[in-house]
Design a protein around this ligand. Sequence first.
Ligand code: SF4
Length: 339
Amino acid sequence: MNMNWNQLADQSLAGECLSQDSALAVLRAPDTAILEQLAAAYRVRQHYWGNRVRLHYLLNAQSGLCPEDCHYCSQSKISSAEIEKYPLMATDKILAAADRAHQLKAGTFCMVISGRSPSESVFNRVLEAIQTVKTNYDLKICACLGLLSKEQVDRLAAVGVDRVNHNLNTSEDYHSQICSTHTFDHRTETVQHIKAAGITTCSGGILGMGESDQDVIDLALSLRQLGVTSVPVNFLIPIPGTPFAGLQTLTPRHCLRMLCLFRFLLPSQEIRIAGGREVHLRSLQPLGLYAANSIFVGDYLTTPGQAAHQDWEMIRDAGFVLEAPDGSPLAANNIAIPV
Ligand code: SF4
């Protein structure tokens, strides 16, 4: 099919959904089309987000020891990956991480805990830690705590959590291939609770887990239907010791095509290039910013990210600007690159 990528951008900007054929064409385009695709995706990104790049900072506040069997996850009971395992961190450690997020000009501090769902005592301690961070720092807080009941989400809203993350991870059809201990419906239910509580919904997926092109499209369409606001796009890091160790299906150009597809289908959403950015986009990382408008600065849950100064330099060199925590652009000459 001879595609006019700009026409897809026009459709996307008009709020129309891409046809199945067009969505597949985005993913199956030849490598030679990549710059034209990115230019079209950039028109959409630019319309909603200008040249700004949002930074988020992740803290794995409780690691490992999870009874679930998500095949991509180094913290699962079935993983033998050599990772640090620890129960919920003390509040002063969480506060120190929030301070680092603040120094790196992250607008959002993402507190993640491993596990299917938090116990009552862990949940209460998380609520306390969130309140302490909010009192001390002008950071938005995103909580990622596993499957949550409506009551738990309401309690998070009551302490001022700005957003809650719960990823769909993959398509409904493919979900049983990546996890057997909970279902796609469990995940969408939690996302619906977040939406009902009026908190910003953060939900995305992990690409490169052996799914088909159709699964990638279906995941993006599910997120569109759920009306999520923020979309982390992870690229699988096939961690040794996990069932997906050694799974290598991605190329940097294909990652870019998938980011373009997500932008066309989720035009106004905050699309974040999440875990796997450095591993899979490699030297093409800056091109990802033409489709996505957000990245994590610092490390991921159990794998390292590149140094913060490299992220900052990449953003500046490509002509983008950091977004201040209040959403305004940060003038490049006013900020020192962090160490
Ligand atoms: S992704 Fe979450 S629920 Fe799944 S194994 Fe990892 S920590 Fe547990």
